[in-house]
Write a protein that binds this ligand. Structure first.
Ligand code: DGY
Length: 318
Protein backbone atom coordinates (compact mmCIF):
# COMPACT_ATOMS: atom_id res chain seq x y z
CA UNK A 1 0.00 0.00 0.00
CA UNK A 2 1.11 3.53 -0.84
CA UNK A 3 0.59 6.67 1.26
CA UNK A 4 0.42 10.08 -0.39
CA UNK A 5 0.81 12.76 2.25
CA UNK A 6 -1.22 15.24 0.18
CA UNK A 7 -4.04 14.93 -2.30
CA UNK A 8 -2.90 15.33 -5.91
CA UNK A 9 -4.88 15.46 -9.18
CA UNK A 10 -5.72 11.95 -10.40
CA UNK A 11 -3.93 12.29 -13.75
CA UNK A 12 -0.65 13.37 -12.08
CA UNK A 13 -0.40 10.16 -10.08
CA UNK A 14 -2.11 7.56 -12.27
CA UNK A 15 1.18 5.64 -12.69
CA UNK A 16 0.91 4.58 -9.05
CA UNK A 17 -2.84 4.52 -8.51
CA UNK A 18 -3.27 2.22 -11.56
CA UNK A 19 -0.97 -0.32 -9.92
CA UNK A 20 -1.20 0.04 -6.16
CA UNK A 21 -3.71 0.58 -3.41
CA UNK A 22 -3.22 4.22 -2.40
CA UNK A 23 -4.47 6.47 0.36
CA UNK A 24 -4.12 10.25 0.30
CA UNK A 25 -4.18 13.06 2.82
CA UNK A 26 -5.90 16.40 2.20
CA UNK A 27 -4.21 18.97 -0.08
CA UNK A 28 -3.38 21.21 2.92
CA UNK A 29 -2.02 19.64 6.09
CA UNK A 30 -2.76 21.35 9.38
CA UNK A 31 0.56 20.38 10.98
CA UNK A 32 3.99 19.03 10.09
CA UNK A 33 2.87 15.41 10.37
CA UNK A 34 0.62 13.03 8.48
CA UNK A 35 -3.09 13.04 9.32
CA UNK A 36 -4.16 10.53 12.02
CA UNK A 37 -5.73 8.38 9.28
CA UNK A 38 -2.46 8.22 7.33
CA UNK A 39 -0.48 7.60 10.51
CA UNK A 40 -2.72 4.64 11.26
CA UNK A 41 -1.92 3.26 7.81
CA UNK A 42 1.88 3.50 8.27
CA UNK A 43 2.35 -0.11 9.50
CA UNK A 44 1.07 -1.40 6.15
CA UNK A 45 2.76 1.17 3.93
CA UNK A 46 5.37 0.05 1.39
CA UNK A 47 5.83 3.48 -0.16
CA UNK A 48 5.42 7.09 0.95
CA UNK A 49 5.07 9.99 -1.49
CA UNK A 50 5.60 13.06 0.60
CA UNK A 51 6.05 16.86 0.51
CA UNK A 52 8.38 19.32 2.18
CA UNK A 53 6.04 20.10 5.10
CA UNK A 54 6.00 16.53 6.44
CA UNK A 55 8.67 15.53 8.96
CA UNK A 56 10.00 12.11 8.00
CA UNK A 57 11.91 11.19 11.15
CA UNK A 58 12.61 8.26 13.48
CA UNK A 59 9.08 8.38 14.87
CA UNK A 60 7.47 8.11 11.46
CA UNK A 61 9.94 5.51 10.21
CA UNK A 62 9.59 3.28 13.25
CA UNK A 63 5.81 3.25 12.74
CA UNK A 64 6.36 2.05 9.14
CA UNK A 65 8.43 -1.17 9.31
CA UNK A 66 7.44 -2.23 5.76
CA UNK A 67 8.47 1.01 4.06
CA UNK A 68 10.68 0.40 1.00
CA UNK A 69 10.84 3.92 -0.42
CA UNK A 70 10.31 7.55 0.59
CA UNK A 71 9.73 9.75 -2.44
CA UNK A 72 9.71 13.49 -1.91
CA UNK A 73 7.89 15.77 -4.36
CA UNK A 74 10.51 18.54 -4.04
CA UNK A 75 14.21 18.97 -4.60
CA UNK A 76 14.91 20.05 -1.00
CA UNK A 77 14.86 17.23 1.54
CA UNK A 78 15.58 19.08 4.80
CA UNK A 79 12.33 17.73 6.26
CA UNK A 80 13.66 14.17 5.96
CA UNK A 81 16.13 12.48 8.29
CA UNK A 82 18.29 11.07 5.51
CA UNK A 83 20.63 9.24 7.91
CA UNK A 84 17.70 7.48 9.58
CA UNK A 85 16.35 6.41 6.18
CA UNK A 86 19.80 5.17 5.08
CA UNK A 87 20.22 3.25 8.34
CA UNK A 88 17.01 1.39 7.50
CA UNK A 89 18.06 0.84 3.88
CA UNK A 90 15.29 3.11 2.63
CA UNK A 91 16.17 5.17 -0.48
CA UNK A 92 14.89 8.73 -0.55
CA UNK A 93 13.86 10.07 -3.96
CA UNK A 94 13.55 13.75 -4.83
CA UNK A 95 12.80 15.88 -7.88
CA UNK A 96 15.68 18.09 -9.06
CA UNK A 97 15.69 19.50 -12.58
CA UNK A 98 11.98 19.79 -13.29
CA UNK A 99 11.50 22.91 -11.13
CA UNK A 100 14.67 24.75 -12.10
CA UNK A 101 13.12 27.23 -14.55
CA UNK A 102 10.02 27.94 -12.46
CA UNK A 103 12.12 28.69 -9.37
CA UNK A 104 14.58 30.87 -11.31
CA UNK A 105 11.61 32.79 -12.72
CA UNK A 106 10.33 33.54 -9.22
CA UNK A 107 13.84 34.61 -8.19
CA UNK A 108 13.87 37.13 -11.03
CA UNK A 109 10.36 38.23 -10.09
CA UNK A 110 11.61 39.05 -6.59
CA UNK A 111 14.73 40.73 -7.95
CA UNK A 112 12.72 42.99 -10.22
CA UNK A 113 9.92 43.65 -7.77
CA UNK A 114 12.25 44.61 -4.91
CA UNK A 115 14.67 46.65 -7.01
CA UNK A 116 11.84 48.70 -8.55
CA UNK A 117 9.68 48.72 -5.37
CA UNK A 118 6.74 47.30 -7.29
CA UNK A 119 4.49 46.35 -4.37
CA UNK A 120 5.02 49.64 -2.50
CA UNK A 121 4.53 51.85 -5.53
CA UNK A 122 1.52 49.92 -6.85
CA UNK A 123 -0.09 50.39 -3.42
CA UNK A 124 0.67 54.14 -3.60
CA UNK A 125 -1.03 54.32 -7.01
CA UNK A 126 -4.07 52.35 -5.87
CA UNK A 127 -4.45 54.20 -2.58
CA UNK A 128 -4.35 57.75 -3.91
CA UNK A 129 -0.72 58.69 -3.25
CA UNK A 130 0.01 59.22 -6.95
CA UNK A 131 0.61 62.92 -7.60
CA UNK A 132 2.00 64.40 -10.79
CA UNK A 133 5.21 62.87 -12.18
CA UNK A 134 7.95 63.49 -9.67
CA UNK A 135 11.61 63.25 -10.74
CA UNK A 136 12.89 62.05 -7.37
CA UNK A 137 10.03 59.90 -6.10
CA UNK A 138 9.93 56.07 -6.01
CA UNK A 139 13.53 55.65 -7.08
CA UNK A 140 14.74 52.09 -7.21
CA UNK A 141 17.91 50.45 -8.41
CA UNK A 142 18.95 49.27 -11.86
CA UNK A 143 19.78 45.69 -12.65
CA UNK A 144 22.06 46.42 -15.61
CA UNK A 145 25.65 46.89 -14.52
CA UNK A 146 24.92 45.67 -10.97
CA UNK A 147 26.49 42.61 -9.39
CA UNK A 148 24.43 39.56 -8.51
CA UNK A 149 26.02 37.26 -5.93
CA UNK A 150 24.72 33.71 -6.18
CA UNK A 151 25.14 31.54 -3.11
CA UNK A 152 24.87 27.94 -4.34
CA UNK A 153 25.61 27.60 -8.06
CA UNK A 154 23.62 24.41 -8.70
CA UNK A 155 21.00 24.16 -11.42
CA UNK A 156 18.69 26.85 -9.97
CA UNK A 157 21.60 29.20 -9.20
CA UNK A 158 22.84 28.85 -12.77
CA UNK A 159 19.36 29.33 -14.28
CA UNK A 160 19.02 32.49 -12.19
CA UNK A 161 22.44 33.70 -13.29
CA UNK A 162 21.53 33.09 -16.95
CA UNK A 163 18.41 35.23 -16.60
CA UNK A 164 20.28 37.95 -14.71
CA UNK A 165 22.97 38.01 -17.39
CA UNK A 166 20.25 38.78 -19.95
CA UNK A 167 19.42 41.84 -17.84
CA UNK A 168 23.05 43.00 -18.07
CA UNK A 169 24.11 41.98 -14.56
CA UNK A 170 27.59 40.87 -13.53
CA UNK A 171 27.69 37.50 -11.80
CA UNK A 172 29.81 36.32 -8.90
CA UNK A 173 29.13 33.11 -7.03
CA UNK A 174 30.07 31.11 -3.98
CA UNK A 175 29.57 27.37 -3.98
CA UNK A 176 31.21 24.22 -2.63
CA UNK A 177 32.02 23.08 -6.19
CA UNK A 178 33.42 25.06 -9.09
CA UNK A 179 31.48 25.42 -12.31
CA UNK A 180 33.99 26.26 -15.07
CA UNK A 181 31.41 25.88 -17.86
CA UNK A 182 29.03 28.31 -16.19
CA UNK A 183 31.92 30.67 -15.47
CA UNK A 184 32.73 30.73 -19.18
CA UNK A 185 29.13 31.00 -20.39
CA UNK A 186 28.14 33.73 -17.91
CA UNK A 187 31.51 35.41 -17.36
CA UNK A 188 30.86 34.47 -13.73
CA UNK A 189 33.57 34.58 -11.10
CA UNK A 190 33.81 32.25 -8.11
CA UNK A 191 34.68 34.30 -5.02
CA UNK A 192 35.01 33.67 -1.27
CA UNK A 193 31.77 34.09 0.67
CA UNK A 194 32.80 37.31 2.46
CA UNK A 195 33.89 38.86 -0.81
CA UNK A 196 30.55 37.95 -2.39
CA UNK A 197 28.69 39.67 0.45
CA UNK A 198 30.82 42.80 0.24
CA UNK A 199 30.76 43.05 -3.55
CA UNK A 200 27.16 42.17 -4.45
CA UNK A 201 24.30 44.58 -5.08
CA UNK A 202 21.94 41.60 -4.89
CA UNK A 203 22.60 38.39 -2.95
CA UNK A 204 20.48 35.43 -4.06
CA UNK A 205 20.36 32.20 -2.05
CA UNK A 206 20.18 28.82 -3.81
CA UNK A 207 21.75 26.47 -1.33
CA UNK A 208 20.01 23.53 0.36
CA UNK A 209 19.28 23.85 4.08
CA UNK A 210 21.80 21.70 5.96
CA UNK A 211 23.60 21.91 9.30
CA UNK A 212 26.32 23.94 7.51
CA UNK A 213 24.00 26.41 5.78
CA UNK A 214 21.59 27.03 8.68
CA UNK A 215 21.68 30.80 9.43
CA UNK A 216 24.45 31.27 6.87
CA UNK A 217 23.07 34.79 6.45
CA UNK A 218 23.31 36.09 10.01
CA UNK A 219 23.99 39.45 11.68
CA UNK A 220 27.64 39.21 10.76
CA UNK A 221 26.78 38.54 7.09
CA UNK A 222 24.38 41.52 7.00
CA UNK A 223 27.08 43.79 8.38
CA UNK A 224 29.37 42.69 5.52
CA UNK A 225 26.75 43.59 2.87
CA UNK A 226 26.36 46.96 1.18
CA UNK A 227 23.65 49.21 2.72
CA UNK A 228 22.18 49.35 -0.80
CA UNK A 229 22.11 45.54 -1.17
CA UNK A 230 18.98 43.46 -1.65
CA UNK A 231 18.68 39.89 -0.31
CA UNK A 232 16.66 37.35 -2.28
CA UNK A 233 15.80 33.94 -0.80
CA UNK A 234 14.04 31.25 -2.82
CA UNK A 235 15.93 28.40 -1.10
CA UNK A 236 14.83 27.70 2.48
CA UNK A 237 13.89 30.12 5.25
CA UNK A 238 16.38 28.53 7.64
CA UNK A 239 19.38 29.66 5.57
CA UNK A 240 18.66 33.16 6.91
CA UNK A 241 18.67 34.18 10.58
CA UNK A 242 15.29 35.89 10.38
CA UNK A 243 15.69 37.97 13.55
CA UNK A 244 18.95 39.32 12.13
CA UNK A 245 17.11 40.08 8.88
CA UNK A 246 14.45 42.09 10.74
CA UNK A 247 17.23 44.12 12.40
CA UNK A 248 19.15 44.58 9.16
CA UNK A 249 16.05 45.91 7.38
CA UNK A 250 15.03 48.08 10.34
CA UNK A 251 18.50 49.56 10.71
CA UNK A 252 18.94 49.98 6.96
CA UNK A 253 21.97 47.69 6.96
CA UNK A 254 20.53 46.43 3.68
CA UNK A 255 18.03 48.05 1.37
CA UNK A 256 15.38 45.37 0.92
CA UNK A 257 14.58 41.67 0.91
CA UNK A 258 12.52 39.45 -1.37
CA UNK A 259 11.56 36.13 0.20
CA UNK A 260 9.74 33.14 -1.20
CA UNK A 261 10.61 31.12 1.90
CA UNK A 262 10.47 31.94 5.61
CA UNK A 263 10.62 30.37 9.06
CA UNK A 264 8.00 29.21 9.85
CA UNK A 265 5.77 28.69 6.84
CA UNK A 266 3.20 30.10 6.77
CA UNK A 267 4.73 33.22 8.35
CA UNK A 268 2.14 34.69 10.76
CA UNK A 269 0.65 37.91 9.41
CA UNK A 270 1.68 39.76 12.60
CA UNK A 271 5.37 39.02 11.93
CA UNK A 272 7.49 42.24 11.77
CA UNK A 273 8.69 41.34 8.26
CA UNK A 274 5.13 41.84 7.02
CA UNK A 275 5.12 45.38 8.45
CA UNK A 276 8.13 46.48 6.43
CA UNK A 277 7.64 48.22 3.09
CA UNK A 278 11.09 47.05 1.99
CA UNK A 279 10.34 43.34 2.48
CA UNK A 280 8.38 41.42 -0.12
CA UNK A 281 7.15 37.99 0.93
CA UNK A 282 5.68 35.31 -1.32
CA UNK A 283 4.09 32.12 0.05
CA UNK A 284 6.67 29.59 -1.24
CA UNK A 285 5.51 29.61 -4.86
CA UNK A 286 8.90 28.91 -6.49
CA UNK A 287 7.69 25.76 -8.24
CA UNK A 288 4.02 26.70 -8.40
CA UNK A 289 3.16 26.40 -12.07
CA UNK A 290 0.74 23.77 -13.34
CA UNK A 291 3.33 22.23 -15.66
CA UNK A 292 6.09 22.16 -13.06
CA UNK A 293 4.00 20.69 -10.25
CA UNK A 294 2.70 18.00 -12.62
CA UNK A 295 6.29 17.10 -13.60
CA UNK A 296 7.33 17.04 -9.94
CA UNK A 297 4.46 14.67 -9.11
CA UNK A 298 5.24 12.43 -12.07
CA UNK A 299 8.95 12.27 -11.20
CA UNK A 300 8.00 11.60 -7.56
CA UNK A 301 5.80 8.69 -8.73
CA UNK A 302 8.55 7.38 -10.98
CA UNK A 303 11.04 7.34 -8.09
CA UNK A 304 8.44 5.67 -5.90
CA UNK A 305 7.76 2.88 -8.42
CA UNK A 306 11.50 2.28 -8.94
CA UNK A 307 12.01 2.10 -5.17
CA UNK A 308 9.17 -0.40 -4.76
CA UNK A 309 10.79 -2.58 -7.41
CA UNK A 310 14.19 -2.30 -5.71
CA UNK A 311 15.69 -0.50 -8.71
CA UNK A 312 17.96 2.60 -8.69
CA UNK A 313 15.94 5.81 -8.46
CA UNK A 314 16.10 8.56 -11.07
CA UNK A 315 17.20 10.97 -8.35
CA UNK A 316 18.22 9.76 -4.93
CA UNK A 317 19.06 12.12 -2.05
CA UNK A 318 20.71 9.64 0.39
C1 DGY B 1 11.64 22.33 -3.53
O1 DGY B 1 11.44 21.54 -4.46
O2 DGY B 1 12.45 22.10 -2.64
C2 DGY B 1 10.89 23.59 -3.58
O3 DGY B 1 11.09 24.37 -2.46
C3 DGY B 1 9.42 23.34 -3.81
O4 DGY B 1 8.91 24.49 -4.40
Amino acid sequence: MIILSHELPADWISSITDKYETIMGPSTLESAGLTPELQAALPNANGLLTMLTVRVDETLLSAAPNLKIVSQMAVGVDNIDLAACSARGIPVGHTPGVLTDATADVTLTLLLATSRRVIETAADAREGRWGTWNPTQWLGSDLAGQTLGIVGMGAIGQATARRAKAFGMNIVYHSRSSYPEAEKELSAEKVPFRQLLAQSDFVSLHTPLTAETKHLIDADAFSAMKPSAILINTARGGVVDQDALVNALRNREIRAAGLDVTTPEPLPTYHPLFQMPNCLILPHIGSATERTRRKMAQLGCENLLLGLEGKPLKHQAN
